[in-house]
Design a protein around this ligand. Structure first.
Ligand SMILES: Cc1cc2nc3c(=O)[nH]c(=O)nc-3n(C[C@H](O)[C@H](O)[C@H](O)COP(=O)(O)OP(=O)(O)OC[C@H]3O[C@@H](n4cnc5c(N)ncnc54)[C@H](O)[C@@H]3O)c2cc1C
Length: 387
């Protein structure tokens, strides 16, 4: 009989882990308190930018980003084939623009070490910059050009991934209400009870609750310092300016999407679990837009929205087995890069599943261990307090 994986959380991380299990012949049930993809994953700009996101040096996080990035084209193509729908992967390249000479120093610093990891990474002076991205204004101090960086339409990718999971037989259970109990029997069997679905039993459990991951800390006997960082973001539709590349500026970024819109993101602030869009948050993006692209000055975005990035204390995700609970894997805390990191996260989950819960020992398993912040509690009692 097929074994059953229960995935808590139907964002991109949970869905990608479910997809991996289905490919290995497991049954998969994905349960979400709200809509599938209704939180951070559906709000993301969808940039796949391992170079932009790693300014400091080639550490374990950079290598994880690069591993995931390398997997992306084949991963999306496979999911698209299974689902029979496209997810909008575009290898546009990116430009990290310097307004003034002083902005160039950190970009030169990035170039110095990142050029070893990307054949095409180079510095463009103003003339070269306006040749490859003519919509930028004159007078800029140049840009770091990364021809490899890419983007997807994150809400679309989530839909396609959910469709692929369903095609492989997954049960997706949105609008499940609160998790009211979770437990592990003496024989190792796992179960979770949801308001709308009652008790669901499973042989393995994957915890992918995004910004809400702290909910399981007591039961997992782990400190899970994941907290929400609100991101506000907007879109001009149709795009008043047609961009060939992702453009990063000092206060915002802009991505032209295949659906004809121009996405501009994103603020970062702490507002608890509040996803409200504020005039101040979007106003800053609008002003940054007018400064970078004169045609955006005075233009009003057609849509604005917000999502909660799941941030950890050290900014690195939690990926790996929960040491105190057999058959339980944690994949959470992907902060600004959950879209980028889903292929590598689900691959790590897949290795663990294939090894019967015994994989590990490699650099990534060590660097992103879910118990690296320590343990807590006894795990005997679980208080079903909604976060
Ligand atoms: C504005 C913005 C822009 C971003 N841009 C990018 C980008 O360009 N590139 C990139 O790589 N990343 C980006 N990110 C980050 C990325 O969106 C996240 O890292 C990623 O979506 C996290 O995925 P997740 O599945 O862990 O979390 P989520 O998508 O938040 O999914 C967690 C799920 O758990 C569910 N849940 C919560 N509590 C319970 C419960 N008790 N029971 C059951 N289910 C529950 C939630 O409803 C939710 O659906 C961006 C984020 C934001 C907000």
């Amino acid at each position: 009989m097929k074994r059953t994986l229960l995935v808590l959380g139907g964002g991109i991380v949970g869905l990608s882990c479910a997809y991996e299990a289905l490919k290995q012949g497991w049954r998969a049930i994905v349960v979400d308190r709200g809509e599938i993809g209704g939180q951070a994953s559906g709000a993301a700009a969808g940039m796949l930018a391992p170079f932009y996101e790693n300014g400091d040096g080639p550490d374990a996080f950079f290598r994880l980003c690069m591993d995931s990035f390398a997997r992306y084209p084949a991963w999306t193509a496979e999911i698209e084939d299974v689902a029979g729908a496209r997810a909008g992967f575009v290898r546009s390249g990116s430009l990290h623009v310097a307004y003034r000479e002083a902005d160039r120093l950190p970009l030169f610093g990035r170039l110095a070490w990142q050029a070893r990891h990307s054949a095409g990474l180079e510095w463009l002076d103003e003339a070269a910059l306006s040749r490859i991205e003519p919509s930028l204004p004159p007078g800029l101090a140049g840009a770091l050009y990364c021809p490899e960086e890419a983007h997807v339409q994150a809400p679309l990718l989530v839909k396609v991934l959910a469709g692929a999971c369903e095609r492989l037989g997954a049960r997706l259970l949105p609008l499940a209400g609160e998790l009211t109990d979770i437990g592990q029997g003496a024989a190792g069997g796992l179960s979770a009870r949801f308001e709308a679905h009652g008790t669901i039993g499973a042989d393995a459990l994957c915890c992918c609750l995004g910004a809400w991951s702290g909910l399981l800390a007591d039961w997992l006997r782990l400190r899970i310092p994941v907290h929400p960082i609100r991101g506000q973001i907007c879109a001009y539709d149709p795009a008043p300016v047609s961009l060939r590349h992702i453009v990063f500026g000092p206060q915002a970024y802009w991505v032209g999407k295949p659906d004809g819109s121009l996405v501009c993101g994103a603020s970062e602030d702490e507002a608890g679990f509040d996803r409200t869009v504020t005039a101040g948050g979007i106003g800053r993006l609008v002003r940054a837009g007018g400064r970078m692209f004169p045609v955006l000055a005075g233009a009003a975005p057609a849509r604005s929205w917000a999502g909660l990035r799941p941030a950890t204390l050290d900014g690195w995700p939690l990926i790996g087995p929960a040491p105190g609970r057999s058959g339980v894997f944690v994949a959470a805390g992907h902060y600004r890069n959950g879209i980028l990191l889903s292929p590598a996260t689900s691959a790590a989950f897949g290795r663990w599943l294939a090894a019967g819960g015994g994989a590990g020992g490699d650099e990534a398993s060590e660097a992103f261990r879910p118990d690296r912040f320590g343990v807590r509690g006894t795990g005997e009692r679980w208080a079903a307090t909604p976060v």
